[in-house]
Design a protein around this ligand. Sequence first.
Ligand code: SF4
Length: 538
Amino acid sequence: MSQELLIPVSAVAELLYCPRNFYYRVLEGAEETNKHVTQGKVEEERRDAYARLARPEYTQYRRIHLTSEKIGLSGILDVVEERAGEIYPVEFKTGTTKDKLNDAVQLCCQALLLEEHLGTHLEKGYIHYTGSQRRKVIWFDQQLRDTAYSAIENAKRIILSNEIPAPVADARCNGCSLASRCLHEEVSSLHGESKPRRPLPGINLGRTLYVDTPGAYLRKRGERVVVTKEKEILADVPLTDIDQVVVANGVNASVSLLNSLLYKGVPAYFITGAGRVMGWLNPCWNRNILLRQDQFRLAQDQEWRLRTAKGFVTGKVANMRTILMRYARSISHPMLEESIKQISAIVPKIAEADSIDTLRGYEGNASRSYFQSFGTLFKEKADFNFEHRNRRPPKDPVNALLSYGYAMLTKDVASGLMLAGLDPYLGIYHVAHYGRPALALDLMEEFRCIIVDSVVLRTINSGMIGSDEFEDCFGGIQLTESGRKKFFTAYQQRMSQEIIHPIFDYNLPYRRIIELQARFLAKVMRGELEEYKAFMVR
Ligand code: SF4
């Protein structure tokens, strides 16, 4: 077994807890935590302030890194203690004394490493519970050693087979920090079995620090982010309250703050005045190389691409029809009725498309029908006359808002895809071009009208954005700084709005639904789901 495939000691304990959890941690590099794990890490950092602690009765050596190619194991030992000539490992756990086999096996694996390193036999070790400050002795008898060896062999088998183990689907799932990645109840539900029993815990709450004031400067002060312009403080926010940072042209940030954002896993996006995303600073690329291998392999499979692209287009066209039908309840206009009729006629044809080009034709026709009546949905027709979709640059206020909103959505969908471990630049429906996040454009098709178009309609129809929020720019129209702030606020509200999921029947904000769809797409690529099903509003 090569150096790269040495099994981490902590992962052996995870395997005994749940083999699927082990798979996600070791093969996909999952790092999601919960409060117990976070508390454990904080306590560990405190302990590690001293590499060696000498007392008259004992000596402790902290964070000893050992590997054994013979056993195929590697690990960091919390504490190795020496007392009265005897040496033994001590593993620290949060909470009070428990009787858990996986903890005992983890300690036994540490003992196996230590034995090989010292060339001696160890009788026992201790688990130290930080909640009660009590120690529990663990005897390394033959039965425990056999369990540890068999868990290590099982771990090797899972890694070499590269197959995702079945979910344990029992009480262990309730406190599992990987539930949002595993989604075993949701996958069962998509396979026609029972619906999930509980809502999914959210990872990203979408709390965004948006800075669009030219000359503003972002810096880190303690554990807070302070935004200043000249001597004035524009914002002062705790770092823990930020899930993403968006900065526009002309805004500067300190390297120390960018370092902290990376360390905490908070992405920063850099956008132009028109909202185009120029790039982002993201924590290290997701380690799930197996998924990306599948993504690149499937991108060459024309039949698979067509099948999956049909999912994106079906979602987009069905959602456009639903939005128009909702408005048709209060607006009576022949053009609106005609658009609904035309789009309804296109929906059943999508499943029959025999090529991506045919699919593009259907999608183009449906979009044309949709946008031909989009202008009828505005109350204020004089200032916001909309005839058709145009861009680069947009020629009227509605198109300026749509372009800005789609750029924001591209950023958020790309973020969801990266969270799921996918490469946002390798598309299925959209062709890959240099610098184009083609997969983000694919996945956002089903969300365009229900998120962005809906915000455009709401901000104009409610008077939140008036005609004075736009300015001419090189032959086109763009939002002013104050218009961008108002629109961005409305967009964020929409992303945080909770709706009842049409399949799972629990409440989720749109932001989380995008992430969920990205994870389902990843599961299709890994073979856990047969086909991609778009998110469709009722
Ligand atoms: S949710 Fe359950 S099945 Fe999934 S990884 Fe966690 S413990 Fe395992």
